[in-house]
Design a protein around this ligand. Sequence first.
Ligand code: DCT
Ligand code: MG
Length: 396
Amino acid sequence: CMEAGRPVEAEMKYRLLEQDECPAVNTCEPEVPSFTASRVSQYSCQRKTTLNNFNKKFTDAFEIMAENYEFKENEIFSLEFLRAASVLKFLPFPVVRMKDIQGLPCMGDQVRDIIEEIIEEGESSRVKDVLNDERYKSFKQFTSVFGVGVKTSEKWYRMGLRTLEEVTAEKTLKLSKMQKVGLLYYEDLVSCVSEAEADAVGLVVKKAVHTFLPDALVTLTGGFRRGKKIGHDIDFLITNPGPREDDDLLHKGLLLYCDIIESTFVKEQRPSRNIDAMDNFQKCFAILKLYQPRVDSESQSTSEEFDMAEVKDWKAIRVDLVISPFEQYAYALLGWTGSKQFGRDLRRYANHEKKMMLDNHALYDRRKRIFLKAGSEEEIFAHLGLDYVEPWERNA
Ligand code: DCT
Ligand code: MG
């Protein structure tokens, strides 16, 4: 992963230019822009990654490997697989032979071995081993609960617990409030959030916010802003132009759970060096009650009419609300739009290639010792000397 190449996009543009300069139109063949692997940047922020993934077979395998290493707290190996997945997500063709990955960045030995297995056998024995691994299976179940991370999973696993049934049956466990609601609404929360649900929640959130702050900007961020059709939650960024008065945004009734994290932002504080650090915005990891009229089948309603009163006509949905001061809005938007890998690479690129520090609040130029202001995402890319990448091209 050492080479910081020129993005392929640049070469494509170059080739298109050449075509346009052809003197006689009919002598020009509509040539598919050739792909130069060695020009692919190791940084996903210099690549355009849409949701059109030609290599899902491989990237799914890598993400399982990465997750298993995350469960083992092996960040280096986890990142190795995440970076490789990100490169293959960007590739404009499916990999069918080893030659296809020649010259690409982030293709280490572990990664190549798995690609080779999948090309030859159609699947990877290493990935299968992970999927069958007891520890992986338990951690996968545990971390699917809202409020449970690797640390808690580790603790439960060491206690001998293996399944969520065992966790709920273990009455001596001291669960956090977050974990309790995580288990209470488990079925709803593990089922994905649809685009329609995201739109519906968007209306509810906007209405609630505008009751308190009529001028506030409420922007959908996260995966849905990148064009994803489903997600595990819905992310919103809220900012209010004008005087600051950002407390108490979130109100009663609709909120099944709300964990408000107060802002810990200190003015003039430089961006954190920790690439995966949390930001300091006031935020609320909430679970919202979304009412959905049930479409019942005839047979159900006749035989079980009595139960109808108890039929659940709502779904619990995870919503992240992040509140940013207006001057930091562009940085917050860039950070919270993701993808996580895209954000990581942006910070790594800023740090290593530009001697700048980027986080969800600001961009700091270490050489000039100044903060660089930005009113839009475009300006941040420009500060970093990067071509602009649209949100739907940030699915790295
Ligand atoms: N993010 C961040 N700081 C955090 C958490 C998240 O900057 N402490 C960014 C990175 C991605 C983005 O916010 C949204 O996070 P998720 O909701 O976890 O990811 P997603 O891309 O929206 O995917 P999903 O569909 O699973 O919600
Ligand atoms: Mg999300």
